[in-house]
Design a protein around this ligand. Structure first.
Ligand code: ZN
Length: 138
């Protein structure tokens, strides 16, 4: 029988002290979220079902976190990053949570109106019709 690595439950959130590192698929780029001890104690991050996120992720939506740049370190020792998705006017990043060993429970979802009929609703997750300014769905 095969064994598979990558079970997120293998990352024990009870031992989490505030730092978590993730990487891209090839492992050349590491992203570390630091000094966020409540990352798993509170709902964090969000899911988005807009067409950009579907295309970008190649999936039915994306799991992201909006987080202050002062809590993020990007290590690119071999230099494959040619352009950073930065807008110096922004003091935050939108990070894809799938790069980390475990994903915190989402706080809200965007573009709920664009979910497929077969997609379930996660209990306790606020659902915005489109962006948060568009208001919550019932
Ligand atoms: Zn989106």
């Amino acid at each position: 029988m095969s064994t598979f690595s990558g079970d997120p439950k293998a990352f024990d959130v009870d031992t989490f002290t505030g730092d978590i590192a993730g990487s891209c698929l090839c492992g050349n780029i590491t992203v570390t979220i630091f000094n966020k001890p409540n990352l798993f104690k509170e709902r964090n991050g969000h899911q988005c079902f807009c067409s950009n996120c579907r295309k970008f992720s190649g999936c039915s939506g994306s799991n992201n976190i909006v987080i202050g740049k002062d809590h993020v370190r990007v290590d690119d020792p071999r230099g494959p990053i040619h352009t950073l998705p930065t807008d110096d006017a922004d003091d935050f990043y939108v990070l894809p949570l799938g790069i980390f060993p475990r994903i915190p429970a989402p706080e809200f979802e965007l573009f709920s109106a664009h979910k497929h009929d077969w997609q379930a609703h996660n209990e306790g997750v606020k659902r915005y019709k489109y962006m948060s300014s568009s208001g919550e769905m019932g």
